[in-house]
Design a binder for this molecule. Structure first.
Ligand code: NAD
Length: 306
């Protein structure tokens, strides 16, 4: 059985190059969406306690059975422990043997970013160049790199309630060629942008964006609202735009659309990807990718690359 530690995943990324890694990962995810019906899928299993949350995310086809384990324990921070510890297992369906055990902290950030950028390829205006970001934490840099690699985004306007986090983003992204502006207030970060990415972490029904903040023609990549009771967008934005999700049964429980009536219309993104074309109806349309996370063959790609 192969084992991919965080250190080895980082080595692999350095070896391949982050841009190439993200492009190849996004291609693999795209291929998986093209054979969507071949996968057994189910909403993730979630265990809540007073300490935090533990989740299992399974996906399988006739060759490979996989799951990711991930937790969320915010108070670990005070005990000098990691708040999130994620790993994934990949098994051979024919023998039942595990073939790969992989860290999935960095893996998840890479997967989320590659998926967001892939969705934007099919949903955003084709000449998009500028992205506004609300939340500059761990996911933000991965998101920025993926949108550059896959969508040619060259300018970022960013806001975080914690100015030190925005400064860290700026410093870590130095030399990457991005034109980056730190904004205050948040409205500034989303004015005159083509794409808005919300990646905040707050376990509540937060309203990071209200309807009046969102201009016409924008694509919204909402990744922070990813479990029950945790959202980022005002429901009016969802009503005004067209909403795309990864896997509807899971997104109804965990996504932005948990705020909407059960019959609220959404499109699973595989339908758009299988059509092979950007689905945007007009330059003025608002599109929303309501991301909650779903596992793909990322382990497989890592296993075959090492
Ligand atoms: P993080 O804690 O590193 O960063 C979150 C940042 O948001 C922090 O810097 C915080 O200051 C900022 N923030 C909080 N409230 C804000 C507000 N109102 N306005 C502006 N900034 C605000 O978290 P992270 O690892 O970057 O993850 C971000 C979110 O993405 C989390 O909610 C996480 O659960 C989610 N996530 C989703 C997926 C997915 O597939 N959709 C995958 C991974 C993580």
């Amino acid at each position: 059985m192969k084992y991919i530690s965080s250190q080895n995943l980082v080595k692999l990324i350095h070896h391949v190059g982050l841009k190439t890694f993200l492009i190849e990962l996004s291609n693999i995810i795209e291929e998986d969406y093209k054979r969507w019906n071949k996968f057994d899928k189910s909403p993730r299993y979630v265990h809540h306690s007073e300490y935090g949350v533990n989740e299992l995310m399974p996906t399988s086809d006739q060759e490979l059975f996989s799951f990711k384990y991930v937790n969320g324990h915010p108070n670990n921070f005070n005990k000098h422990l990691q708040t999130v510890v994620a790993f994934g297992v990949l098994c051979d369906v024919k023998t039942g043997y595990p073939v790969l055990l992989s860290e999935m902290n960095i893996g998840t950030a890479l997967r989320t970013a590659a998926m967001s950028a892939l969705a934007a390829k099919y949903l955003c205006n084709k000449n998009a160049k500028t992205m506004g970001m609300i939340g500059a934490g761990c996911q933000a840099e991965f998101q920025a790199h993926a949108f550059r690699a896959i969508n040619n985004i060259s300018s970022i306007k960013i806001y975080d309630i914690d100015p030190k986090v925005s400064e860290k983003f700026l410093s870590n992204m130095a030399g990457t060629g991005f034109n980056i502006t730190i904004c205050k207030p948040p409205q500034e970060a989303i004015e005159n942008v083509d794409i808005i990415t919300t990646c905040t972490a707050d376990k509540q029904y937060a309203t990071i964006l209200t309807d009046n903040m969102v201009g016409q023609g924008v694509h919204i990549n909402a990744i922070g609202g990813d479990c029950p009771g945790k959202t980022e967008l005002h429901p009016d934005i969802l009503s005004r735009g067209r909403v795309f999700v990864e896997y509807e049964p899971q997104s109804r429980i965990e996504g932005e659309i948990q705020q909407m009536p059960e019959d609220f219309n959404v499109t699973e993104i595989y339908k758009v990807i299988q059509s092979g074309e950007n689905t945007r109806k007009s330059l003025r349309e608002i599109t929303i990718f309501d991301s909650v996370g779903l596992q793909y063959r990322i382990f497989h790609s890592c296993a075959t690359s090492t």
